[in-house]
Design a binder for this molecule. Structure first.
Ligand code: NAD
Length: 494
């Protein structure tokens, strides 16, 4: 097709900019081999923002060849030079924060205030890993057995990265930051519904001086992701998204070339409020825990457990707080909750609301689609739930929370840990002993005490159980992108 490789987009807040639409391979935007395009929708208005070229397996091959060629030089470049390029990229992201936030707002539907927070963290993540570029070192091991022994930490090669639509640019940064700092090259597939910000950021990568082939970005559906996880020349795959897709990716990684795999998957995270908590703060944090980013958060605190002596009062206050959340136009700076990201997500959420009602849960507030264009769901609270109900067990990935009652510490730990997932958990208490004891006993990769959905680039994030394999962010993420080589040299006595 003759779709242009760049279109001028006018965003709902009046920002006009040139949106690249091609596949980004070898530092150029090119059409896909098939010429197919996919439409990109604004979920707040149901209008089409633009189209982008859609990759399939042939395009994955072209991108992998580019990444493989670039690996030859990028992997042996002076590490500080790689760091410099990443520092420049972080600065450029900050320079273009407003435009990138506006793109996220229009493409994903997230509230502009939240989008600005995402992009600010993106710059911090890239800068954090820039700093690591020349600080990833091997060790000397004193074996005292007539050998000189040392280790090197080497990059893995071409990495395939598959990201979701809930934090499009933030997931791009979690993936490319540690991969590039350690000398790998990447082929990254964005989610079909949110391809725009990573394509825009590709222009910044060129401006930052990242050499051709180091970052390759392709837009496409799940089958294109499968072409990455199957690929014989891709040495590592990193994925964020649903647990089922993660399982498919791990299987195809095993069946192709046993590429290394890290997975960041779903969750059904408990958020526990003890009777001794600072209640107004606990209300703020349980509200933020579930309704942040329209509930489209893998670590959303979607199961609230409240101690029995404060339960009734807490539920009433949470209802009032939920109803006070400003839901609507995501470009309004006062908006807290924008639309869901797609019609598919909206339908899935409304289906779960029906299931919850049929199963006998009490709908405290919300549970309906807003009467306006766009995929808006009223923030929803269920009470009187049983622990085996679907709304308590399954990830809804929307603004729907269940509130349950507990009496003792032992009981709530049992309830909280009764999940196949283990991504995060929240604890609200003013008792430091209880906070530490309970956090030790919860099965989750992140515990938030008197806070929630609180991320930092230096702090590892990832799941226990079926919430994933491996950790992103922090020093830990470097492990995903390096392999240790042990070298032994025999020393002859002279
Ligand atoms: P998904 O996991 O299917 O998609 C995530 C990414 O994987 C996308 O880029 C997609 O194109 C790609 N993909 C899909 N099938 C693939 C395959 N077989 N091989 C390789 N890549 C593939 O998620 P979805 O369908 O967009 O959303 C469904 C549910 O997933 C949501 O309702 C939510 O429960 C969950 N989800 C979780 C996260 C998270 O951060 N953990 C993010 C998005 C969605």
């Amino acid at each position: 097709s003759g779709f242009p490789l760049s279109t001028q987009v006018t965003l709902p807040n009046g920002i006009k900019y040139d949106q690249p639409t091609g596949l980004f391979i070898n530092n150029e935007f090119i059409p896909s081999v098939s010429g197919k395009t996919l439409k990109v929708e604004n979920p707040a208005t149901e209008e089409i923002l633009t189209e982008v070229y859609e990759a399939d397996a042939d395009d994955v091959n072209i991108a992998v060849d580019a990444a493989e060629a670039a690996f030859k030089t990028w992997s042996v470049m002076q590490p500080s030079e790689r760091g410099r390029a990443l520092y420049r990229l972080a600065d450029l992201i900050e320079r273009d924060l407003e435009i990138l936030s506006s793109i996220e707002c229009a493409d994903n539907g997230k509230a502009i205030a939240l989008a600005r927070g995402d992009v600010a963290l993106v710059a911090k993540v890239i800068r954090y890993y820039a700093g690591y570029a020349d600080k990833v070192t091997g060790t000397v091991i004193e074996t005292n057995d007539g050998h000189f022994t040392y280790t090197r930490r080497e990059p893995i090669g071409v990495c395939g990265q598959i990201i979701p639509w809930n934090f499009p640019l933030l997931m791009w940064s979690w993936k490319i930051g540690p991969a590039l700092a350690t000398g790998n090259t990447v082929v990254l597939k964005t989610a079909e519904s949110t391809p725009l910000s990573a394509l825009y950021a590709s222009k910044l990568a060129v401006e930052a001086g990242i050499p051709p082939g180091v970052i390759n970005i392709i837009s496409g559906y799940g089958a294109t992701g499968a072409a990455i996880s199957n690929h014989m020349k891709i040495k590592k795959v990193a994925f964020t998204g649903s647990t089922n897709t993660g399982r498919a990716i791990l299987k195809s990684a095993a069946e192709s070339n046993l590429k290394k795999a890290t997975l960041e998957l779903g969750g059904k995270s408990p958020n526990i409020v003890f009777a001794d908590a600072d209640i107004p703060k606990a209300i703020e944090m349980t509200n933020l825990g579930i309704f942040f980013n329209s509930g489209e958060v893998c670590c959303a605190g979607s199961r609230i457990y409240v101690q029995d002596s404060i339960y009734d009062k807490f539920l009433q206050q949470l209802k009032e707080r939920t109803e006070a959340n400003k839901v609507g136009n995501p470009f309004d700076p006062e908006t807290f909750q924008g639309p869901q990201t797609s019609k598919t997500q909206l339908d899935k959420i409304l289906h779960y609301v029906d299931v919850g009602k049929q199963d006998g849960a009490t709908l405290v507030t919300g549970g309906y689609r807003l009467e306006r264009p766009g995929w808006f769901v009223a923030p929803t609270v269920f009470a009187n739930v049983k622990e085996d109900m679907k709304v308590v067990k399954e990830e809804i990935f929307g603004p729907v929370v269940t509130v349950s009652k507990f009496s003792s510490v032992d009981e709530v730990i049992e309830l909280a840990n009764n999940s196949e997932y283990g991504l995060a958990a929240g604890i609200h208490t003013t008792d430091v002993h209880k906070a530490i004891d309970v956090s030790n006993r919860l099965n989750a990769g992140t515990i938030w005490i008197n806070t929630y959905n609180n991320f930092h680039e230096a702090v590892p994030f990832g799941g226990y159980g079926q919430s994933g394999i491996g950790r992103e962010m922090g020093e830990q993420a470097l492990e995903n992108y390096t392999q240790h080589k042990a070298v032994r040299i025999k020393i002859e006595k002279k």
